[in-house]
Design a protein around this ligand. Structure first.
Ligand code: NAD
Ligand code: MLT
Ligand code: K
Ligand code: MN
Length: 356
């Protein structure tokens, strides 16, 4: 019996609702397989934890997490208790950086049974490779003076290493997909980092003669996500551009509540972390209406990461089937609760086990 040791961090808000739903589904997946199981160890690190302890996680938190095969995270943030930049940098971004999860992959595709807000959604299937360790997300800078003399400086950091790494990951991924990489730039307005980004992209693409490429300024690219998402295969983007694009990716599928993400440690030194694109959704917390699909699809990405592709595919197929049959939370036009959706997915998974 194969066992996967997973650190579970539900975090804040609806994270505490969709994570238990998804771990239940993972247990059903394990039953279907028969030869593997998950050992979940839960940690309460969150804004509530901060209120009690003055920090988002214990000082040795990363040491604790290091021994797990993966981290399964819900969402972080409760601005009523802790300022968002404090909660994010104290836990989510800390883990991404310290565990060298330098790549964040975020797929979006036309999803069976979902009404996209696009009039003609076509059959899009794209994946954003978001640089996850530097760029616009940087601690370099500061605030000085008070009143009308106040100054805030925020430096974006683009290293050759980080930029190349994200781009090579995107090209390698495109080889396994439809062979196309689009670069998200803004070299017309951002005069240092983005022309550098373009130079590196033009250099790296020489190593991949079979891959077709395109480059778009991020403003036009964002619009194309809405007007013609089907033209995209792999998109490589800086940390901030990738962040924004992937909320649009969720939106064009039908809801940000279904978009998944994987923070990948590519050097194998630390665990990777799996979390949905969405946040803690304070506006719907406690209503039982949070869509669990983003968290469940994230679990599928974790299965892929473990090499369990067939099982991952089976899981996503069942999710699409359940959605198509109308078991939907209100954000995608249904009346089901978080638990009803998860329960239906579990029972269908068990049925597939019975027939196979
Ligand atoms: N990775 C993360 O942990 C992460 C990501 C984004 C935001 N945040 C944090 O979450 C908090 C709220 O941020 P926000 O409001 O900008 O973004 P959000 O993603 O939490 O919510 C945006 C909108 O989408 C809806 N939504 C999100 N997930 C949903 C789901 N599963 N089902 C149904 N509807 C869903 C919300 O109700 C809200 O209307 C902030 O503290 C922010 O910093 C954390
Ligand atoms: O900005 C971030 O990375 C936090 C959140 O918005 C996310 O997309 O994970
Ligand atoms: K999240
Ligand atoms: Mn985001």
């Amino acid at each position: 019996m194969k066992q996967f040791d997973i650190a579970v961090l539900p975090g804040d808000g609806i994270g505490k609702e969709v994570v238990p739903a998804a771990t239940r589904v993972l247990n059903a997946v394990a039953d279907v397989h028969g030869g593997l199981k998950f050992k979940f160890t839960e940690f309460p690190w969150s804004c509530d934890y901060y209120v009690e302890h003055g920090k988002m996680m214990p000082d040795d938190g990363l040491n604790t997490l290091q021994n797990f095969e993966a981290i399964f995270l819900g969402a972080i943030g409760n601005p009523q208790l802790v300022a968002d930049h404090v909660s994010l940098w104290g836990l989510l971004i800390k883990i991404r950086r310290e565990f060298e999860q330098s790549i964040n992959i975020r797929p979006a595709k036309y999803f069976k049974g979902l009404k996209s807000p696009l009039v003609n959604p076509n059959d899009f299937d794209l994946i954003v490779v978001r640089e996850n360790s530097e760029g616009e997300y940087s601690e370099s800078g500061g605030r000085i003076h008070k009143g009308e003399d106040q100054i805030a400086i925020q430096n974006a950091i683009f290293t050759r290493k980080g930029t190349e790494r994200a781009m090579r990951y995107a090209f390698d991924l495109a080889k396994k997909r439809r062979g196309h990489v689009s670069s998200a730039t803004k070299s017309n307005g951002i005069v240092h980092s983005m022309p550098f980004w373009d130079d590196v992209f033009n250099e790296i693409k020489q190593d991949y003669p079979d891959i077709q490429t395109a480059s778009y300024h991020i403003d036009a690219l964002a619009a194309f996500f809405v007007t013609r998402p089907q033209i995209f295969d792999v998109i490589v983007a800086s940390n901030l551009f990738g962040d924004i694009l992937t909320d649009i990716g969720g939106a064009i599928m039908g809801s940000i509540g279904i978009a998944p993400a994987a923070n990948i440690n590519i050097n194998g030194k630390y665990p990777s972390m799996f979390e949905p694109v969405h946040g803690s959704a304070p506006d719907i917390v406690g209503t039982g209406t949070a869509n669990p699909i983003g968290q469940i699809w994230t679990a599928k990405m974790m299965l892929d990461h473990f090499g369990e592709y067939e099982l991952g595919k089976k899981l996503l197929d069942v999710v699409e089937e359940v959605t198509n049959d109308g078991f939907k939370t209100p954000d995608i036009g249904g009346t089901s609760t978080t638990d009803e959706v998860a329960d239906e997915i579990c029972s269908r998974l068990k049925k597939t086990a019975a027939v196979s």
